[in-house]
Design a protein around this ligand. Structure first.
Ligand SMILES: NC(=O)c1ccc[n+]([C@@H]2O[C@H](COP(=O)([O-])OP(=O)(O)OC[C@H]3O[C@@H](n4cnc5c(N)ncnc54)[C@H](OP(=O)(O)O)[C@@H]3O)[C@@H](O)[C@H]2O)c1
Length: 344
């Protein structure tokens, strides 16, 4: 039985090759009545993440099934992390008016299983969107990569790629606050300024470097102890050439590989992994979610002391989500991309 209609961004076709916003179309669709265990929510904010682009490839080997218990198909509403306001609860842990976070449909109103949602404690002195940046998979990715995967130590040299982005800027600030010397790689002078403001002592504009490997080696003549990688591909290869003996590489993401095409390159510097005894490890923030209490407390402390920043780039209206997703791949984003959907 349908209770009412809502706007939805629906998957029109597979996002093969380069992402194009027209893989999503806006349409009206019925919202079913919530069943036992469900919540009817008003979607307040959507988080625009590189992983959304990967989910749009509609391949079963990606992680969406872990999040929503099914694969995405053409004709489904797109899904992603978001914040919602509970309009009606049929789950014992939630009541009307609660704010929840979790993976939800890209719709104005949606029905979600309560078991998939988590409570958001709305602090008076913090914006709600901090739960899509600092206290989210973004903050967790930065903390887990630096502390658990790379095990940063004060005095070490830490290189961060996609350093002007949401996760990268947090990683820069966290590592600098830990007493590391941080070098950031970002595209363009404005992003490099952001990287320096975030706490890096050097910023490399990869878009104007003819030889990125030489640029990194010049910025880190003693070698890089930790590489926090959000990009992969040629950037990872260049970083490997500058790693110190026993260096650690935390693979947070591989932006340069998410878009399909001939630009995707293999790693040529594996010999250096061998002779410098490097450790390279990928990880997913979600697999470390049980540690969020400690990490969010540490992030709150860093935020309050000004060592990290909550910076968002907000667009308004569900229909803007498809275009926002493009910005992650063109680099036209200057803060964590979020879409304001509902009234807040
Ligand atoms: N492991 C996890 O659990 C986890 C969780 C969250 C995020 N991540 C990963 O972290 C990375 C950053 O995500 P984010 O949400 O914080 O996005 P973001 O850094 O705010 O935006 C992505 C940035 O990547 C850069 N980029 C895009 N294509 C590139 C290319 N071909 N070569 C070099 N740089 C490129 C662009 O920056 P420039 O302007 O500098 O080019 C762009 O702004 C992604 O790889 C994402 O998948 C992983």
């Amino acid at each position: 039985m349908s209770s009412h209609d809502t706007s939805a961004l629906v998957i029109d076709r597979h996002a093969r090759g380069a992402y194009s916003p027209d893989v999503l179309r806006l349409e009206r669709r019925a919202v079913p009545a919530p069943e036992d265990g469900d919540l009817l929510i008003e979607v307040l904010y959507l988080s625009i993440d590189p992983t959304n682009r990967n989910w749009l490839k509609l391949e079963t080997a990606n992680t969406v099934r872990e999040k929503i218990g099914r694969d995405l198909r053409i004709g489904d509403a797109m899904v992603g992390e978001g914040l919602g306001n509970v309009l009606r609860s049929r789950h014992p842990d939630f009541i009307e008016g609660d704010v929840v976070a979790g993976v939800m449909e890209w719709q104005e109103t949606a029905v979600v299983p309560g078991a998939r949602m988590r409570h958001v404690d709305v602090a008076e002195d913090e914006p709600l969107t901090a739960h899509l940046t600092i206290y989210s998979h973004i903050g967790m990715a930065a903390m887990v990569g630096l502390y658990e995967i790379a095990k940063i130590q004060p005095g070490e040299t830490v290189l961060v790629s996609a350093a002007g982005g949401a996760t990268g800027r947090l990683a820069v600030g966290i590592a600098a606050a830990h007493g590391c010397r941080v070098i950031g790689i970002a595209g363009g002078p404005d992003k490099c300024t952001d990287v320096l403001r975030a706490g890096a002592s050097a910023a490399i504009d990869y878009k104007s470097e003819d030889d990125l490997a030489a640029g990194i080696r010049a910025a880190a003549p003693e070698g890089v102890d930790v590489y926090f990688d959000g990009v992969g591909g040629a950037t990872l290869d260049a970083a490997l050439s500058a790693m110190s003996r026993h260096g650690r590489v935390a693979i947070c993401g591989v932006m340069s590989d998410y878009e399909e095409g001939p630009h995707r390159v293999g790693i040529r510097n594996m010999f250096l992994v061998l002779i410098r005894e490097l450790k390279i490890e990928g990880y997913l923030a979600g697999s470390h979610w049980h540690r969020r209490g400690d990490y969010f407390a540490k992030l709150r402390q860093l935020l309050r002391s000004g060592q990290i920043e909550h910076r968002i780039e907000e667009s308004v209206g569900l229909e803007s989500a498809a275009n926002q997703l493009s910005k992650l791949f063109t680099g036209d984003n200057r803060g964590k991309l979020v879409v304001r959907v509902g009234r807040t």
